[in-house]
Design a binder for this molecule. Structure first.
Ligand SMILES: Cc1ncc(COP(=O)(O)O)c(C=O)c1O
Length: 500
C-alpha cells in the first residue's frame, strides 16, 4: 500500500482524540498508533505534514511534531523524506539489538515473526504436524524424478493430488472426479480465484457477520459489495442451552431481496465463532441460494478440526452447484500453502483460466507431498484434536475465572473462542495488548462498519500454561483500559482495512 493521507481524512479517523487525560502529543500518537495497528490507517501511507495537520486539528505544530517523533521512536512512522514519514509496523530485531523490549516486540503484519516473549493471539494457526509432513516430503522427493521431464506448469494441479482430493470428497459422500478439482496455494488463493471468476466489480457477496477477516478483505479488494448477515448472538441463547447456529430466515431474506452473485459461508467450523451448521440449515441454505441464483461458496478450511465429533454433511452433497474450498493449513500446516477448489467440471475450467492471470500453477514437490497427506488425511488429527480439546477447555475455564463479565461461546470446532466483552473495548485492548506481551486481532476486523467492538476472538492454539499467561495479560490490559478512559474512545467506522 502506498499513497498519502490528507489532514481531513486523518482528522476524521482520529475522532475526538484529545480528551485531556494525557499531554496532547501523547494522546495524538496513541490514537494514530491504534489506527495503524487496527488497519484503519494502512501501512506505507504518508501522514500529513506537521503544519497541515496542526492547522486542521487546531493544535500547535509542536504538538504534532512531538507526536510524530514519538511514533517514529515507537517504530510506527518511518523517517521518510522531509517531515512526511510513512506509517509502518515496528520490526522485530535480533534479541538485544536497538529497539528491544516491548516496542520492538510489536508486529502487526501477516507473516512477521513474533519475537520471543510475545504470545500471538492474532493468528489462529498451529505448528506443523511435523513428522507426518516431513515423511510426506521425503516420499515426494523420491517421486520427483518422474516429474522432471515435464514442463512443471499445471494450472489445475498435479494429477496425483487432484485424485487424492477427489477421493477425499467421494469418501465423505460427495462423488468427485479429479477433473472437478483445482489445486491452489491455500484457501485464500482459492477464494480469490473464485471471486475473480464469479463476482464482478460492484456485485454483491453475502457473508456471515462476523466472518473471516481475510475473506472480507478479499471480497472488498475484488470491488464487490458485502451483504453481511448477522450470526445470532450467543450470549442470550447459550444460557438456555440451545446452540445459536445461523439465522436462516435472515439469510433467506437477504438472498431473495439482494440477489447476491455469491454467498461466502464457513459452516464447518465458522471462523470466529467455531459453530457447526446443522444439516437442516444446510439444506435450507442450498435451496435458498439456488432460488436466488446465488453461487454458494463454502470454505471448509477448518472442517477437520471437529472437536466434539459432531456429524455433518458437506454442503456440496446437497447440490452439484456448490463451490467448495479446502486447505491443508489447519489440518497439517499453513506452511504447505496448499488448498483446493472442488466444483463442477465446467466451473473448474473457468477457475483454471482465471488462475493463470495470477500464477501458472503450484510447486510440484509440495503437491506431491500434499497428495500423501490428503491420502491419509486423518493421520495427524487424533493428536491434534486431543491437545486442542485440552486447550479449549483450559481457555474457557481461565476466561470464566479471571475475566468476569466476558461471555465466551464454547466452539464446536476450529481454533478459537469468540468472546463478548463487557464493554466496547476490543480495538483498545488490541492496542495496549503488546505492552502486556500479547498480540490481538480486534473484533472489528471480523466485520464491516465498525461492528464487534464488543467482541474478541481468542485462539486456543497455545498450550494451557501459555494460555494462562495470555489470559492474565488480557486481564491486565483490561485493567489498564479501565484506568485510561482516553484509550476507550469510539473511533467511529473503520474504512476498508488491509491488515490481517
Ligand atoms: C475460514 C478460513 N479460510 C481460509 C483461511 C486461510 O487458509 P489458507 O492458509 O489455506 O490460505 C483460514 C485461515 O485461518 C480460515 O480460517
Amino acid at each position: 500500500m502506498s499513497g498519502s493521507l490528507s489532514p481531513s481524512a486523518l482528522s476524521r479517523l482520529l475522532g475526538a482524540w484529545n480528551l485531556g487525560a494525557a499531554p496532547a502529543y501523547r494522546e495524538l500518537a496513541d490514537v494514530v498508533r491504534l489506527l495503524v495497528l487496527d488497519g484503519r490507517v494502512p501501512l506505507e501511507v504518508a501522514l500529513p505534514s506537521e503544519r497541515a495537520l496542526a492547522a486542521t486539528l487546531g493544535v500547535s505544530r509542536t504538538t504534532v511534531t512531538a507526536a510524530y517523533s514519538l511514533l517514529r521512536e515507537q517504530g510506527f512512522l518511518s523517517s521518510g523524506q522531509g517531515s512526511r514519514g510513512r506509517t509502518c509496523i515496528p520490526q522485530a530485531g535480533p534479541r538485544g539489538s536497538r529497539g528491544g523490549g516491548v516496542r520492538a516486540n510489536l508486529s502487526g503484519a501477516p507473516g512477521l515473526a513474533v519475537p520471543d516473549g510475545i504470545l500471538d493471539l492474532a493468528y489462529a494457526s498451529l505448528p506443523a504436524s511435523g513428522e507426518v509432513v516431513h515423511r510426506a516430503f521425503a516420499s515426494a522427493l523420491t517421486e520427483l524424478p518422474a516429474m522432471l521431464p515435464g514442463f512443471g506448469y499445471d494450472a489445475l494441479g498435479v494429477h496425483a493430488l487432484r485424485e487424492a482430493i477427489a477421493g477425499h470428497y467421494s469418501a465423505a459422500g460427495v462423488p468427485t472426479t479429479a477433473r472437478q478439482v483445482l489445486v491452489t496455494s491455500g484457501a485464500q488463493h482459492a477464494l480469490n480465484i473464485v471471486l475473480r471468476t464469479l463476482a464482478g466489480r460492484s456485485d454483491k457477496v453475502l457473508v456471515e457477520h462476523p466472518s473471516y477477516p481475510n475473506a472480507i478483505d478479499a471480497i472488498r479488494a475484488a470491488g464487490c459489495r458485502l451483504v453481511p448477515v448477522a450470526m445470532p448472538a450467543a450470549h442470550a441463547e447459550t444460557r438456555s442451552g440451545a446452540r445459536p447456529g445461523w439465522d436462516l430466515e435472515a439469510i433467506e431474506t437477504a438472498l431473495m431481496q439482494q440477489r447476491p452473485a455469491m454467498a461466502y459461508v464457513v459452516p464447518d467450523f465458522h471462523n470466529p465463532t467455531g459453530r457447526l451448521m446443522p444439516d437442516s440449515q444446510r439444506r435450507r441454505l442450498v435451496r435458498a441460494a439456488a432460488s436466488a441464483g446465488t453461487v454458494l461458496v463454502v470454505d471448509e478450511t477448518l472442517r477437520e478440526l471437529n472437536l466434539d465429533g459432531a456429524v455433518s454433511t458437506p454442503l456440496a452433497a446437497f447440490s452439484p452447484a456448490v463451490v467448495s474450498i479446502g486447505s491443508l493449513s489447519k489440518s497439517h500446516w499453513a506452511g504447505l500453502r496448499t488448498g483446493w477448489i472442488r466444483a463442477e467440471e465446467s466451473l473448474i475450467q473457468r477457475f483454471a483460466a482465471a488462475r493463470t492471470t495470477m500464477d501458472l500453477g503450484g510447486p510440484v514437490v509440495e503437491q506431491l507431498a500434499a497428495a500423501h497427506l490428503v491420502n491419509a488425511l486423518a493421520e495427524p488429527l487424533p493428536a491434534r484434536l486431543a491437545s486442542l480439546r485440552e486447550n479449549r477447555d483450559a481457555l474457557l475455564d481461565l476466561i470464566a475465572e479471571r475475566l468476569p463479565g466476558w461471555e465466551a461461546e464454547r466452539p464446536d470446532g476450529g481454533l478459537s473462542v469468540w468472546c463478548r466483552l463487557p464493554a466496547p473495548i476490543s480495538t483498545a485492548l488490541a492496542v495496549v495488548a503488546p505492552d502486556f506481551g500479547i498480540r490481538l486481532a480486534a473484533g472489528p476486523r471480523f466485520g464491516t462498519g465498525g461492528a464487534f467492538e464488543h467482541h474478541l476472538r481468542v485462539p486456543f492454539t497455545l498450550p494451557p500454561e501459555q494460555l494462562e499467561t495470555a489470559v492474565a495479560a488480557l486481564r491486565s490490559a483490561q485493567d489498564r483500559l479501565e484506568a485510561s478512559p482516553q484509550l476507550r474512545r469510539d473511533l467511529g467506522t473503520p474504512p476498508a482495512a488491509a491488515i490481517a
